[in-house]
Design a protein around this ligand. Sequence first.
Ligand code: FES
Ligand code: FES
Length: 169
Amino acid sequence: MKNEHDLQQWSSPSPLSCTVNGEEIQLNVPESKRLLAILREDLELSGTKISCEIGRCGACMVMVDGKAVNACLTMAYQCSGKDITTIEGIEGREGLHPVQQAFLDEGGYQCGYCTPGMIVSVTAMLLEQPNPTLEEVEEALSGNLCRCTGYGGIIRAVHRVIEQGRAQP
Ligand code: FES
Ligand code: FES
């Protein structure tokens, strides 16, 4: 059976155009190369983490056209023309995104390895549903695993940012 390295050798590079964190990107990469590798190796965006590499942990979560997706399961050919946002693109010009600030304020992290993926998933959920129910929050985070925190701080952070959204006129 071929491993990913073999597959990359085997599939010849093709042009890829997409937008990453607001910048238009042109690359020449094998169609079988995974978005996770493109981000970390070609674009040096190491905030997107590698862990299970089979779509189970959420450490590699990014937004593609505003939806949370696992970068470890997304191939180069699926990124053509897409608008991709990584954790590095979530912070705004005026500083931390409210979701990032809420994770800081509520201690929604310990080792921090799951944190970029958690923040991407929460941000994508709030883009789609700014006032989610508890079930919708649980569903949005069902693909993100944390081995350290026990989830208490993470859930407090999510509730904090939802409450802030409700308080805005
Ligand atoms: S590394 Fe992609 S889901 Fe775990
Ligand atoms: S803070 Fe360590 S895995 Fe979540």
